[in-house]
Design a protein around this ligand. Structure first.
Ligand SMILES: [Zn+2]
Length: 503
């Protein structure tokens, strides 16, 4: 078996499973260099590190156990943050009657091209089509209308962990799939102010998660009108910058105003005895965030998973000589102690060469590898290797005493977490540009230089022109200090806009 990650060029062989349309999916033999072709590298890593497999249904992927481990860590950290901000989890149905979906006009228009429909149950054709949820504002709004009567019933602060379906032909694991996993928060409030505060609070929860758990630095801000969620009065998002200079929207938070409350009749009697419409919000992060994390941190050897997201924080590789399994015993004993202390560890006792195992765990991005050989057993030591450092780096390996390992490991994991964030932050800063020059602005957008920040007029036609000329759109908007002219068109500027091409 070839050493994973050792290849120079991508090798794709068409021997994968047959899809529903008769085509075959590629099987990865080697991982191509990341800098040469990010897209090929990304797909190869997702498949070879066993995060996902293509399924027989085009557009859908199978999340394998190691990939699901990443998702579980995302869930755990986000869920903690949702609970800490007063939210509860619930679950709503997958199917939405067509008549309900049609009630909010902008929402329908925005989602119509990607809705999948159920038209038949068993042998029977349905009298009314059922939509498979592309998002759940409709069904949740309908229920809130039943639950809310008085201002005392507000706010409602509910989150659901679910799958949604948006019809999609292309398949890119985590980034573009027909069915995907996400969470969607849906809240209802008595006042516009509370709804806006909620929208901003959850945006900050996402920013905090992205930066402090996934170690992905982001720009947070408001979306332009053309990028707004269908039916929202304001959409906020966090945007990360990928190594190819394209932005990746990683989570959104929407102030829905009273649009959905009007369409779904969410009313309440206020303290002044007036009947009023509630103000609602929705906010979501999907497994797309995992795609951002993979692209941001990975290298030519494969994934580099930030410790807080790592299904396995440290892997033990025993170096076993024939008729001497003391190294394996030492690994098992130490791993057992670490596991009891709350660390996520694994012992790789497979009958393979240590070098092969090193490459395998490098590919999977396990933050720390702990090697124990016969000489270490006698000395009571282990060699600790960091995945965040390049091979041959002075600080990549250190010999430590086995006894001190439980004390050293937390600081080591923290340091790796920090170092991955710092590297990504440096990349973002080095690839964020500010310019006052119109032609330079267009060139940078066209060449995918990164995030290009300019004073901007806020006019949809200006944004459409930039998009037609360069492929770039506004990613987020922020307040403009002082007065300036729009760098893209020369009209008076109203905001600061970050432009980039995007995923
Ligand atoms: Zn303009």
């Amino acid at each position: 078996m070839a050493c994973p990650g050792a290849g120079e060029a991508p090798v794709w062989v068409k021997t994968g499973p047959v899809m529903s349309d008769g085509s075959q999916v590629p099987v990865v033999k080697e991982i191509p260099p990341k800098a040469a072709d990010l897209s090929a590298w990304y797909t190869a890593v997702c498949l070879k590190a066993e995060l996902v497999s293509y399924s027989p249904v085009r557009g859908c992927v199978v999340l394998r156990p190691y990939g699901f481990g990443l998702w579980e860590n995302l869930q755990r950290h986000l869920d903690e943050r949702f609970k800490a901000t007063g939210h509860e989890n619930a679950y709503f149905p997958l199917l939405i009657p067509e008549s309900l979906l049609m009630k909010e006009a902008q929402h329908v228009e925005g989602f119509a091209p990607e809705v999948a429909w159920v038209t038949q149950g068993g042998q029977e054709e349905l009298a009314e089509r059922l939509a498979i949820r592309p998002t759940s504002e409709v069904i949740i709004g309908t229920m809130y209308a039943q639950w809310v009567e008085s201002h005392r019933d507000l706010p409602i602060l509910i989150n659901q962990w679910a799958n949604v379906v948006r019809w999609e032909k292309a398949t890119r694991p985590f980034l573009r799939t027909m069915e995907f996993l996400w969470q969607e928060g849906h809240t209802a409030h008595a006042s516009a102010r509370e709804a806006r505060e909620e929208t901003e609070r959850m945006l900050d929860v996402y920013r905090d998660f992205a930066e402090n758990v996934a170690a992905v630095p982001v720009y947070a801000g408001i979306k332009s009108a053309s990028e707004r969620f269908p039916g929202a009065i304001e959409t906020y998002s966090i945007e990360a910058l990928m190594p190819d200079g394209k932005a990746l929207q990683s989570a959104t938070s929407h102030d829905l105003g009273q649009n959905f409350a009007r369409a779904y009749d969410i009313t309440f009697t206020d303290a002044d005895q007036q009947v009023k419409h509630a103000h609602t919000t929705s906010w979501g992060m999907s497994w797309r965030m995992l795609g951002a994390m993979i692209m941001t941190h990975g290298d030519d050897r494969g994934l580099r998973v930030p410790p807080k997201m790592a299904p396995i924080e440290a892997v033990f590789v025993p170096i076993v000589r024939s008729n001497d399994d003391r190294a394996l015993q030492a690994c098992r004993q130490t791993a057992d102690e670490l596991s009891k202390a709350g660390f996520r560890v694994r012992v790789d006792a497979r009958d393979e060469q240590p070098g092969w195992k090193y490459s395998e765990w490098d590919l999977r991005g396990v933050p720390v590898r702990i090697e124990i050989g016969p000489r270490d057993v006698e000395a009571g030591t282990a060699v600790v290797v960091r995945r965040d450092r390049p091979k041959g780096d002075k600080q990549q390996k250190q010999t430590v005493s086995l006894e001190t390992l439980p004390r050293i490991l937390p600081a080591l994991l923290d340091d790796i977490q920090r170092s991955l964030y710092t590297q990504a932050k440096q990349f973002l800063e080095e690839h964020t540009f500010r310019t006052q020059d119109r032609s330079q602005f267009f060139d940078m957008c066209r060449n995918r230089a990164g995030m290009v920040e300019i004073p901007w007029c806020g006019r949809p036609e200006c944004e459409a022109h930039v998009k037609a000329e360069t492929g770039a759109t506004t990613r987020v908007l922020r307040d403009l200090a002082g007065s300036a002219l729009c760098v893209a068109c020369g009209e008076p500027a109203k905001v600061n806009a970050y432009f980039a091409q995007s995923y």
